[in-house]
Design a binder for this molecule. Sequence first.
Ligand SMILES: Nc1nc2c(ncn2[C@@H]2O[C@H](COP(=O)(O)OP(=O)(O)O)[C@@H](O)[C@H]2O)c(=O)[nH]1
Ligand SMILES: [Mg+2]
Length: 365
Amino acid sequence: MGFKMGIVGLPNVGKSTLFNALTKTAAAQAANFPFCTIEPNVGDVAVPDARLDTLADIAGSKQIIPTRMTFVDIAGLVKGASKGEGLGNQFLANIRETDAIAHVLRCFEDGDVTHVDGRVNPVEDAETIETELMLADLESVEKRRQGLTRKTRGGDKEAIQQDRLLEAAQNALEDGKPARTVDVDEDDLRAWKLLQLLTSKPVLYVCNVGESESATGNAHSEAVAAMAAAQGNSHVIISAQIEEEISQLDAEEAQMFLEEMGLEEAGLDRLIRAGYDLLHLETYFTVGPKEARAWTIREGTSAPKAAGVIHGDFEKGFIRAETIAYDDYIEHNGEQGSKEAGKMRAEGKGYTVKDGDVLHFLFNN
Ligand SMILES: Nc1nc2c(ncn2[C@@H]2O[C@H](COP(=O)(O)OP(=O)(O)O)[C@@H](O)[C@H]2O)c(=O)[nH]1
Ligand SMILES: [Mg+2]
């Protein structure tokens, strides 16, 4: 299925530096893991999860395969972008295809790096970008509503639903609010998603701070944190430059470097996990002597749908899922021990997979 985060922000805020750090780390892992980078501005990165290593250890798995998330470096966002300035429409289309937005904000002071507006003010920068995205949304909403009038008059149910949702978005946008502030009913969620409004995507602010500030943040990142909290959005503090340096080190060197900087873990790991949370994603595992593997699902996914992430046939022919909760698997030292302790459950079609479940699917061909 593959979840995609678009990295957006004004020019010179550190988007590409961050993207390069992400993909360099991924490239370094590519020796161990199958499949890697696709296009110059698109990269697949492993979702860090210590549980996977623990499971592999217990099962003696030969191979460890983490689950992945895609990052896209989206260039060209400037003031006037909604009117086609910069790369305008092209990058707006790129954003449309993403599931969520990582909005990079410059929080570092560095006289050598030009800020497009000549000053460092991440909160205003965030507003500049959000305004462009809202303008682009407003334009597309108006256009689409016009395009729907004939069908809505004709009583087309789907068109009427679309128009109702577009109207709600239009009201919010005209109020200066992003489409993500619209309350959408469960029944409308699918249609709402299909509208692919730029400002309906969940957003995560990435505060790019100076090298010496990555552990503590600074006054700029504090301002962003306050803004994010007021909006109900989350933020992470990262130094893109440090992350790029770390991405060039081997694991042991990286650990030493992190300790020197007073960091518990690489900022990239925090960023990837924050993206995972933002999208309400969960992980389940398949574990055996050959491989231990992590799979991504949305919160609330049924067992057959979860099986479908591995292969469509698993979903179609789904019979049941032999299920062991992660904690049980650890406590009883693997599958055999869990089975003997009565901790392996046979779950049917109605089961909602839980984060950390170790699953084995039975299906008809
Ligand atoms: N001092 C400092 N410079 C940075 C940092 N992050 C990026 N830069 C520099 O800012 C410039 C623009 O970065 P880039 O990643 O290309 O920005 P983009 O236009 O958003 O993709 C480059 O010269 C980077 O080396 C940082 O954390 N600190
Ligand atoms: Mg760039």
